[in-house]
Ligand binder design. Structure first.
Ligand code: NAD
Length: 370
């Protein structure tokens, strides 16, 4: 049986008006998970479920869920999806590599308890097959595989990679005035599901690649298939290239790296690239163009939200990402504000407008009822 505890997190330092936060645990499977619903003004909250074995405490896991769920509200709003923001994290044991079926079902029961307020999907450590297991106990699951190539579904990573590719194109056009990526020097850190597919697209577009990963086999693949040069992970942020595309971990723009960055553009898939929001301001002041992470990496959630629709239609929606980024870059220039701040302001405005619209609808309903 999954035990579900409604949490009062209003005193937590990452609290940002979160609507619902629950802790779920199941003694039989060993599941310990947190589900955070940040905001459902625009629609039910959608966000992946993360399985992570490096949380040192329950508070670290909760902190992650609170931060990430808020980010999902902004991401979904800016991607113009009819969805709010939520996120789940499963606290894995230090030696656990993947969730067990029992853990997934126990987690699914917690998702089901929320009755559609939160829709789950894949995230780090959780794959499409895991979603199929969760689907056995709740219908509030997205990112399921499709049984036809032309229908959107399954692993969101290729869509994320395409969105990042479009975002790099938009960034290069804005900052370097180039319409093509031919001979543009792009460095990609993290050659996983997103990074490797991004390398393929960049290589096809004629970019010159430098790659880095903690897995030497992945670097060898990128070198042999895409002519990439390689570098050590520790040297990545200081590379003398046109574009840095962090596609591994968050927090890469931090107090230690920020003064070493030479690239004029940072545009990659990793979530939470800025260690602190002030780093966005420092990048802006240094004239470095930063493509806000939750905007450029929204391709995956767009594909999840468009599960079951045609791939062509999803690709069309992804094209809008480049335009959204270009608009953020122009506004950042006009207002002399960091791109990260501009993106947040636009997202907050979209949510506020939806709230006004909702209250207008309620007024209308009351009027009609009286
Ligand atoms: P992944 O786990 O498939 O790949 C991550 C890669 O980074 C691995 O190859 C790993 O070896 C490498 N890596 C780990 N530490 C490293 C380091 N210090 N330096 C260089 N490489 C390192 O993950 P993914 O699905 O490709 O996602 C990558 C990033 O993009 C994550 O931050 C994720 O949150 C974000 N993201 C992914 C998606 C998606 O659709 N998969 C969507 C949005 C955001």
């Amino acid at each position: 049986m999954t035990v579900i505890i409604d949490m009062d997190v209003s005193g937590h330092e990452e609290y940002a008006g979160h609507q619902t936060v629950v802790k779920a645990y199941d003694p039989a499977s060993g599941l310990v998970a947190f589900i955070a619903v940040h905001d459902t003004t625009i629609g039910p909250s959608l966000g992946g479920c993360r399985f992570w074995n490096r949380y040192n405490s329950e508070d670290e896991a909760l902190t992650d869920a609170l931060r990430l769920s808020r980010g999902m509200t902004y991401k979904n709003a800016l991607a113009r999806l009819p969805l709010g923001g939520g996120k789940a994290v499963i606290m894995a044991k230090p030696d656990a590599k993947a969730p067990t079926q029992e853990e997934l079902k126990a987690f699914g029961r917690a998702v089901d308890f929320l009755n559609g307020e939160y829709i789950t999907a894949e995230d780090v450590g959780v794959c499409v097959e895991d979603m199929m297991v969760i689907r056995e106990v709740t219908e509030h699951v997205s990112g399921l595989p499709s049984d036809h190539d032309e229908i959107t579904g399954g692993d969101p990573s290729p869509y994320t990679a395409y969105g990042v590719f479009l975002g790099i194109q938009a960034s290069v056009k804005h900052k370097l005035g180039k319409d093509s990526l031919k001979d543009v020097r792009v460095a990609v850190a993290g050659l996983g599901h997103v990074g490797m597919d991004l390398c393929r697209r960049l290589h096809e577009a004629g970019a010159k690649l430098i790659v880095s990963d903690i897995r030497s086999d992945a670097m060898d693949t990128a070198a042999s298939q895409y002519g990439a040069k390689t570098c050590k992970p520790d040297d990545f942020m200081a590379l003398d290239v046109d574009v840095l595309a962090p596609c591994a971990l968050g927090g890469v723009v931090n107090d230690d790296t920020i003064e070493t960055i030479k690239a004029p553009i940072i545009a990659g898939a990793a979530n939470n690239q800025l260690a602190r929001s002030e780093h966005g301001t420092i990048l802006h002041d240094k004239g470095i163009l930063y493509a806000p992470d939750y905007v450029i990496n929204a391709g995956g959630v767009i594909s999840v939200a468009m599960s079951g629709q045609s791939v062509d239609k999803t690709m069309e929606r992804l094209e809008e990402l480049g335009e959204t980024l270009a608009a953020i870059f122009r506004q950042s220039e006009r207002l002399n504000l960091p791109t990260s701040v501009v993106a947040d302001k636009i997202a907050e405005k979209i949510v506020e407008e939806a709230a006004l619209e909702n209250s207008g609808d309620v007024m209308q309903e009351k009027k009609q009822a009286s």
